[in-house]
Ligand binder design. Structure first.
Ligand SMILES: Cc1ncc(COP(=O)(O)O)c(C=O)c1O
Length: 445
């Protein structure tokens, strides 16, 4: 059923066509007013693609050629010897370089074997995971609506969901007050986990509004936590129960730190693998990329993939058109050389060994932090949140900004989050420096 709502009268016929497809799918209940207006015009990009196939003289896109090659400055040709001009200076397709998209999809299936059970889209390239989250918020979140997220969350969620989209970001306490290591306890922070009761309560409360939108980020920023297999099963069951009760659920998996799992008992696959084939009323979105997985933070290249039992081929295509409409109307397309460099890196024979060495280095730092915490009594007033993965660990404490300032005077930079948390990026500290850094934190409290 096509419902007339939210500025529908002014909507372009191409957008209406997409809406009529999506309204019958698991994405229908979530489309925002902007999401309903977006479409991919049959304009310059589409006409240029048509000309590329058949035209002898291609006078479409705004680029300049000589002897069939894009013009390229000598300095650039010299600085980028591994890239042909058509891999560096030309515009990339709005949805991203096709071979890169296909390679990423193949990689997702290798890294997440249970994804074979699910149907999911060809990933679309976006300029960084942050932008992917922002585009999904554009499509699926309206002013006054609610996005659930584990609390504490990555601070950019507040800018994206609250400030940009005018939505309500509602925190689900990730851990019970007593979780993790406290001054009086001996728990290393690994033995206590998610506050599953808080997730259950939040989903139930939100379900009363008629739809649930939730963003899950594991390994998590800032806590550094990834669920155990049992916790993951429960989270999946809670989402499934919500859908079975008739309430559509949008689950966004922010997999920025995917792969950095340091402990036997945590999950090793993205929860997207489970949500993508869970239920007709569950729309799963995976946002990931080489930013952290392949150590290319400044490349600004990432992916958005959709998966749902409630999406057919036509609705996957319609969703992709909505998303590339959002890309076309903002950055137009992602950066071309970064896509080709990331692709060549994925296919290079040295990459697996380099990544294994980097992983071992980061795991070594994680273990050094864990060892310090286990061997040294925590000062009163400091609590370690459970952590087992990723880049970070966080302390819960009072007078956080004061503590940060004190540490800065000792030459140690940390992040104060709100008035309750101090985040430490152990991934950035040499293993040999970790005892000194943590001794300074303990003595400064
Ligand atoms: C949880 C989380 N999501 C997304 C991102 C952003 O990734 P990108 O640099 O690809 O935009 C970060 C980076 O710090 C992050 O911590």
């Amino acid at each position: 059923m096509v419902t007339l709502m939210k500025h529908e009268a002014a909507i372009n016929p191409l957008a209406l066509e997409l809406n009529s497809i999506l309204d019958k799918s698991s994405a229908g209940p979530f489309l925002s007013a902007l999401g309903r207006r977006l479409f991919f015009p049959r304009g310059i990009i589409a006409q240029a693609a048509e000309a590329k196939k058949t035209a002898r003289v291609n006078a479409t896109l705004g680029m300049a050629f000589h002897d069939g090659q894009p013009l390229i400055l000598s300095a650039l040709a010299r600085e980028l010897p591994g890239l042909k001009p058509e891999e560096s200076v030309v515009y990339a397709p709005t949805a991203g370089v096709e071979v890169f998209r296909l390679a990423w999809k193949t990689g997702l299936l290798q890294k997440n074997p249970s994804l074979k059970e699910a149907d999911f889209s060809l990933p679309v390239v976006v300029p960084g995971i942050a932008s992917g989250i922002s585009y999904i918020a554009d499509l699926f979140l309206d002013h006054g609506e609610t996005m659930l997220a584990g609390d504490p969350w990555w601070d950019n969620y507040s800018l994206i969901f609250t400030e940009r989209r005018g939505a309500l970001l509602k925190g689900i306490p990730l851990f019970a007050e007593s979780a993790g290591t406290t001054g009086s306890g001996t728990d290393s922070g690994l033995h206590s986990g998610l506050d599953i009761g808080a997730f259950e309560k939040a989903l139930k409360e939100e379900a009363a509004s008629g739809t649930v939108r939730i963003i899950l980020n594991f390994p998590q920023n800032p806590s550094g936590y990834t669920p155990t297999a049992a916790e993951a099963d429960t989270l999946v069951r809670l989402v499934k129960d919500t859908a079975i009760s008739g309430v559509p659920v949008l689950v966004i998996c922010d997999d920025a730190y995917f792969g950095l799992f340091y402990e036997e008992k945590t999950i090793k696959e993205s929860l997207f693998s489970r949500f993508a084939s869970l239920h007709e009323k569950v729309l799963a979105v995976k946002i990931d990329g080489p930013t952290k997985e392949d150590y290319v933070w400044g490349f600004r290249t990432a992916f958005v993939s959709f998966g749902s039992k409630g999406l057919d081929e036509a609705s996957y295509a319609a969703l992709e058109k909505k998303l590339i409409g959002a890309i076309r109307s903002s950055v137009s397309c992602a950066n071309t050389p970064a896509q080709y460099l990331a692709l060549k890196t994925m296919n290079d024979p040295t990459t697996q060994a380099d990544k294994a060495a980097f992983f071992a280095m980061l795991r070594g730092r994680y273990l050094a932090v864990k060892r310090f915490i286990e061997e040294n009594p925590l000062p009163r007033g400091l609590q370690v949140l459970p952590f087992n993965s990723g880049y970070f660990m966080s302390f819960r404490c009072k007078a956080v900004e004061q503590l940060r300032q004190t540490l800065l005077k000792k030459g140690i930079g940390t992040i104060a989050l709100g008035d309750e948390y101090l985040r430490v990026t152990f991934a950035a500290i040499e293993e040999t420096d970790i005892p000194e850094v943590y001794r300074a934190i303990y003595s400064s409290v």
